[in-house]
Design a protein around this ligand. Structure first.
Ligand code: F6P
Length: 511
């Protein structure tokens, strides 16, 4: 990427003071029209960013130079795009009404949910299933959680209340056992690999607790444990009856898996119709991504903005601020999607690259963040790109209040304010993006999430990295396993660890 002559042109462009000066950029009276975009249920306003049409044009050329069009084609054709694992990435097939994968996937999920709702499949206590606990982490947690929260606003809207247990934590499991009606609860072990230690430890803890309860007699059609996995053999070996295993394919990346059987909690909570509409919304975005020119293509535009800020302006953070409690988990989901997918220093040939990739992604509910870290946005010395995400809602004064806050923050950051007392002044000229959903519908949520997924794929194509693997996560896990083993075997001193790490382990052991 950096060998390309466009790289130097963009570097020069980013050095120009005018392109970082919003008051100068707004001298172009066409700016609002030129930098706002609409597709389906999404409205995207990029006009408060440090960018002009020339820079966006150069970035677009860069995407062409990286053969983004060819890469999008490869994604949809099912070519190998995950070169490390030699796999295609097939999440888009799960949303395509013309692809057999969509029907096969949803039929399997619906068959099980129907049996559960009809009472044909019961818990290990022989009772009807009325609650669900999802035991999973990372992609086997963040996507389902985000969508369940987005589509079942109130617990009362939820057909079956869904709870989540992600990290290993005895207190969390104990608390769950106190808050759910255990005899009516199904525990769903969601794990693509079925080898994530955290998930398996939580599952084991749950099973042990269940076994201590009187009347627990699981069998083939009566089970308080089920599994969603791409590794059916391991689930079977763990004693989960076949009828209680929802499979999905290895070619669905964990971070891209909420559309697969991993979306089962969504169906349980929100129902089939909403899940279908979610898939339809994502499919609409898939079509948009595939067919629209880069200059109008929402995921491509979002990716180009990220490249611009990260590689040319030189900003290293990125904030996601949903102004809607229903989207409170969006920042965490996006954080995994971007940082696990694009936190890479090797290109797809395995060579070390010379340019930065993912920014640090963080965020929280916008209004809560206003009272936590927005001070630094307004008067801190740094600037960073921010996505303000809002949902339009008819006849809701509280929603309007939230949206006016969202809008005011973008305006305040851009305009700033001069004060007699200099410490009270805000410099302004801070960039932001505004993204509005026209309603909180499953279609709109599907479009939003698919847009971010394709944004990340676009980033990976331009950065020439593989966004579908995560080898870096393994190192910490294997050291943790080694420590555990050495502690158990009393051979800690054989470990080649630094004095700080060794002292910390000893502190834990001394308790
Ligand atoms: O954090 C690493 C990771 O492998 C993620 O990519 C994945 O989403 C998560 O762990 C959970 O993995 P699994 O679904 O296999 O339990």
């Amino acid at each position: 990427m950096h060998n390309n002559p466009l790289w130097n042109r963009l570097k020069e462009k980013a050095q120009q003071a005018e392109v970082r000066d919003l008051s100068h950029l707004w001298q172009n009276h066409n700016r609002h029209d030129a930098f706002t975009f609409e597709h389906g249920d999404l409205y995207l306003d990029l006009s408060k960013n440090w960018i002009d049409e020339e820079a966006l044009g150069l970035l677009s050329e860069m995407a062409e130079h990286a053969d983004l069009e060819g890469a999008i084609d490869k994604l949809y054709k099912g070519s190998i795009v995950n070169v490390t694992d030699q796999l295609p990435a097939t999440h888009t097939t799960l949303r395509d009404p013309a692809h057999p994968n969509r029907k096969n996937n949803t039929e399997t999920i619906y068959q099980l949910t129907d049996q559960i709702m009809a009472g044909d499949i019961r818990t290990g206590f022989g009772k009807k299933i009325k609650q669900l606990v999802n035991i999973g982490i990372g992609g086997s947690y963040l996507g389902p959680r985000l969508v369940v929260e987005a589509l079942t606003e109130l617990q009362s809207e939820s057909r079956v209340p869904v709870y989540f247990a992600a990290s290993v934590d005895d207190s969390l499991i104990n608390q769950l056992f106190m808050s759910v009606d255990i005899e009516h609860t199904l525990f769903c072990i969601s794990s693509k690999s079925f080898s994530t230690v955290e998930t398996l430890m939580n599952a084991r803890a749950v099973e042990q607790k269940l076994k201590l309860i009187e009347g627990y007699q699981p069998n083939e059609t009566q089970s308080s444990l089920m599994a969603i996995t791409a590794n059916q053999d391991k689930a079977r070996a763990a004693g989960i009856p076949d009828a209680m295993v929802l499979p999905f394919d290895e070619s669905i990346g964990g971070r891209f898996s909420l559309w697969s059987a991993i979306g089962f909690p969504i169906v349980m909570a929100a129902g089939k119709d909403k899940f279908e509409a979610l898939l339809d919304g994502a499919y609409q975005m898939d079509q948009h991504y595939k067919t629209q020119p880069f200059s109008q293509n929402l995921p491509v535009l979002m990716a180009l903005m990220t490249i611009w800020y990260r590689n040319f302006i030189g900003l290293d953070a990125y904030g996601c601020l949903p102004y809607d409690a229903r989207l409170r988990s969006l920042p965490k989901w996006l954080q995994q999607l971007m940082m696990e997918s694009a936190g890479k220093m090797h290109n797809i040939e395995g060579e070390v690259i010379k340019y930065p990739t993912t920014p640090w992604v963080f965020g929280d509910h916008g209004q809560l963040s206003q009272h936590a870290f927005f001070q630094a946005f307004h008067q801190g010395v740094d600037a960073l790109p921010l996505d303000f995400v809002g949902v339009l809602e008819k006849d809701s004064s509280s929603q309007n209040f939230l949206l006016f806050n969202l809008i005011a923050q973008g305006a305040a950051l851009m305009q700033g304010k001069e004060e007699d007392h200099s410490m009270k002044g805000c410099p302004g000229n801070k960039p932001s993006t505004t993204l509005l959903l026209k309603a909180m519908t499953p279609q709109a949520v599907g479009q939003l999430l698919a847009m971010y997924e394709h944004m990340v794929y676009t980033l990976s194509v331009i950065w020439h990295i593989n966004c579908f693997d995560q080898p870096g996560v393994e190192l910490g896990k294997s050291i943790a396993r080694d420590i555990q083993e050495h502690v158990e075997n009393n051979t800690l001193n054989d470990m080649a660890l630094d004095p700080s790490t060794m002292a910390l382990i000893k502190k834990v052991m001394e308790q």
